[in-house]
Write a protein that binds this ligand. Structure first.
Ligand SMILES: [Zn+2]
Length: 318
């Protein structure tokens, strides 16, 4: 594992203008919050790297593994600098020192991210001046996801022409939902499982439907009987509660600052878009609507566009 190091040289030219030409965009997402009681606990399963800058600012980077489908928390405790600029891949974010002097952001490594070295750069600004520049090299490891053959109704493998417009409309709707998040952190305390049941840790599984290789499975499945209550993993605002072609009756909750959770294949929706929900509140009943082979909950989490393993939320010490 490479350590944090100071970077005294100017930013390399190839990180300034060439980013947009990367063939595979790195989906990096930001959660920024000030004055939060975060983190409240150090999860045993998470790794942590820590660096103290010459300015006295302290950064902690916390993650389960540096792999596709994983979130990284960056926690900044500032004693001197007013702003920290975080540059990672195509994204840049600015953390402003809050009253507590402590802020965090979440970076999402999308499930389809290619392995390889990524550089996280941090600029510390104080009194309008660049005080220090740090870099950390992150070696994103490869990850072998299992493959699974499934037999489903052919209309989901080759959708009939009359539903193509619906599929396109719903795909645009979802893109819009995941692009707009509350500027305030709406989650409170630890994340919880949405239901008790037989949990399949099948995040990232390569799905082969009716012998046709299809999409990657971007959530985990929890087998529960039809009608079983499904609860919100944390508090937030309902960003979507609709019946969709592929995911059936679906609820999406915006937890703020880019973090979303979704609950699919429900038999009944019990919340409406715009409604505020609390951790553990029942948002719907389990079912098998949409592309589903039996009653279960499909639980998924995103940090904006980046699709990450929902179980990671239970281990990172929120
Ligand atoms: Zn699923």
């Amino acid at each position: 594992m490479k350590a944090w190091k100071k970077l005294h040289a100017d930013r390399p030219a190839n990180t300034a203008g060439g980013e947009s030409r990367r063939p595979v965009p790195i989906m990096i997402i930001l959660i920024l919050a000030a004055s939060l009681s975060f983190p409240v606990s150090q999860a045993a399963a998470a790794e942590s790297r820590r660096v103290e800058a010459g300015t006295g600012d302290v950064f902690e980077l916390r993650y389960r593994q540096l792999q596709p489908g994983e979130p990284l928390l960056v926690i900044w405790t500032s004693s001197v600098s007013d702003y920290a600029g975080i540059f990672f891949g195509e994204s840049s974010h600015w953390l402003k020192k809050g009253d507590s002097g402590r802020q965090f952001l979440v970076l999402g490594l999308d499930v389809m991210l290619k392995p390889g070295e990524r550089v996280l750069e941090v600029e510390l600004w104080s009194g309008g001046q660049l005080a220090e520049k740090l870099t950390v090299n992150l070696e994103v490891a490869g990850r072998d996801f299992p493959r699974k053959k499934l037999t489903v109704d052919q209309k989901y493998v080759t959708p009939p022409r009359e539903v193509l417009a619906r599929i396109k409309r719903e795909s645009e709707l979802l893109a819009l939902v995941y692009s707009t998040s509350s500027p305030d952190w709406l989650a409170e305390g630890p994340f919880v499982l949405p239901c008790e049941g037989n949990l399949y840790p099948n995040f990232g599984q390569q799905r082969i439907y009716n012998n046709v290789p299809r999409s990657v499975h971007t959530g985990v499945d929890i087998a529960v009987p039809a009608g079983h209550p499904i609860a919100a993993t944390n508090s937030g605002r309902v960003a979507l509660a609709s019946d969709l072609y592929y995911s059936g009756k679906t609820v999406v909750i915006d937890h703020g600052l880019g973090l979303f959770s979704s609950y699919s294949h429900l038999s009944k929706l019990l919340v409406k878009r715009g409604e505020m929900v609390k951790t553990g509140q029942v948002v719907g009943l389990a079912g098998s609507t949409g592309l589903s082979t039996g009653p279960h909950l499909h639980w998924a989490v995103r940090v904006y566009e980046a699709r990450i393993d929902p179980l990671s939320l239970l281990e990172l010490g929120f």
